[in-house]
Design a protein around this ligand. Structure first.
Ligand code: ZN
Length: 416
């Protein structure tokens, strides 16, 4: 029986992979964005007996309870910061044991209830890798409407006195982004600008890349939603390509300045939130009312830039992660500062990836909405898109997508 569940899941996954493309999320609801209370997760080491410990005391940590079921199984509860919330059940914690042993960890999600992110493990404190598939047991459940969800999942780990980190994605906490920013800042054409503070006082920082005169600017952001690390990985590769020492990148940086805010929601990332900031709000629904400091600071920064320089934003991308790769674009009947740029860019950049069929979802809307992408387009005229990669998109494909997007963008914009 133990082996039946994964087989059923694999069959179902393949059954779902018909040529029909994923249609993406439904219409975006307008929700209030004034502060809502969040539940603080108590940080603690859980002593589970026999010298076995589990702990959420880490940046990005998320684990709300842990109990020992038997000799070789512990059950953990993963809860969101508040509700209602999109089901992006982030988890991150660490385990250790006085004696070397094998332990099953059952991941449960009592409130909104299903498992989503395949476990990644990390033995050295730096790089996470996927848990071996033989060590992962998903428990699927068929819902009333016939769809399937993984209700809970078990991960088998070898533990010993050295700490083992377990997380929902390739890293946890804010340090990875900070290290990357420091590396990018080594280039002499990059500078860091603090544009404000988050609710908990973390600096909100933008990198300015380029030596141009700010007449033509670009914007790229990621991590509005803390678990969406694959989106950050796409932004990372996009930015690294624009920082290359190549003739086209040098030309690009002499004509355009790219502004990058890789971590839009540092409090949420640090606290291991599923989606919201410390105001308990999805910041990507706050780009009209600006009740939250993070979108507000970036909008004020951009608007001041435009006022001070008389320049304009020609392009903007907000990088996210969701179930599968998809590009959400602005209604194609609308024209901004560089009409046709986004469809052309997606077409050309994805053509460079053998066998890759882009899933593009232009908006039906003719008027401004509540998301960042809508703000970039309707307020600034920036040709904008939400660049979504899949939770499980292979990391080398994510890298390639970020890279080809940057290369084609340079090719198109350098001509102007
Ligand atoms: Zn997102």
């Amino acid at each position: 029986m133990k082996y039946l569940a994964p087989i059923v899941l694999i069959v179902l996954i393949f059954a779902c992979k018909t040529p029909q493309q994923w249609t993406g999320q439904g219409p975006i609801e307008v929700v209030p964005t004034t502060d809502r209370p969040i539940e603080n997760q108590p940080y603690q080491d859980f002593d589970l007996g026999d010298g076995f410990f589990i702990s959420n005391k880490m940046e990005g940590g998320r684990l709300n309870d842990a109990v020992r079921i038997n000799d070789s199984l512990v059950e953990v509860k993963i809860l969101p910061e508040n509700q209602p919330i999109n089901s992006s059940p982030w988890y991150a914690f660490k385990v250790w044991s006085e004696q070397e042993k094998q332990m099953w960890i059952r991941l449960t999600y009592p409130t909104t209830g299903f498992h989503r992110y395949y476990p990644k493990i990390n033995k050295r404190g730096l790089y996470y890798k996927k848990l071996d598939s033989a060590a992962f047991h998903p428990h699927p459940k068929i819902l009333e409407d016939g769809s399937e969800r993984i209700e809970f999942a078990e991960a088998k780990v070898w533990v010993g006195p050295d700490t083992l980190w377990i997380a929902a994605q390739d890293f946890a906490g804010t340090q990875y982004v900070e290290r990357w920013k420091a590396k990018i800042l080594e280039h002499n054409f990059v500078e860091k600008i603090q544009i404000g503070l988050s609710k908990e006082g973390r600096p909100l920082e933008v990198l300015k890349i380029g030596k141009a005169d700010d007449q033509k600017m670009l914007m790229a952001i990621s991590l509005q939603h803390p678990p969406e690390i694959p989106g950050f990985l796409a932004l990372k590769s996009f930015v690294e390509t624009l920082c290359e020492d190549s003739p086209e990148a040098r030309e690009f940086r002499s004509k355009y300045n790219l502004y990058v805010m890789p971590m839009m929601n540092p409090d949420g990332v640090a606290r291991g939130h599923w989606r919201h900031n410390v105001g308990g709000v999805d910041t990507n629904r706050d780009w009209v009312n600006f009740n939250q400091p993070e979108p507000k600071a970036l909008a004020e920064f951009m608007e001041k830039k435009v006022r001070d320089t008389d320049g304009k934003f020609v392009f903007a991308a907000d990088f996210h992660a969701t179930w599968e790769d998809i590009f959400y674009t602005i209604n194609e009947d609308l024209e901004g500062n560089h009409p046709g740029l986004i469809p052309k860019l997606i077409r050309r950049s994805t053509r460079k990836i053998p066998g890759y069929e882009p899933n593009i979802r232009p908006s039906d809307r003719m008027e401004r909405g509540v998301t960042s992408s809508s703000y970039f387009f309707f307020v600034h005229g920036a040709e904008a898109m939400t660049f979504e990669v899949g939770d499980n998109t292979p990391r080398n494909l994510i890298r390639l997508k970020g890279e080809t997007t940057a290369r084609e963008l340079m090719r198109i914009l350098n001509k102007n």
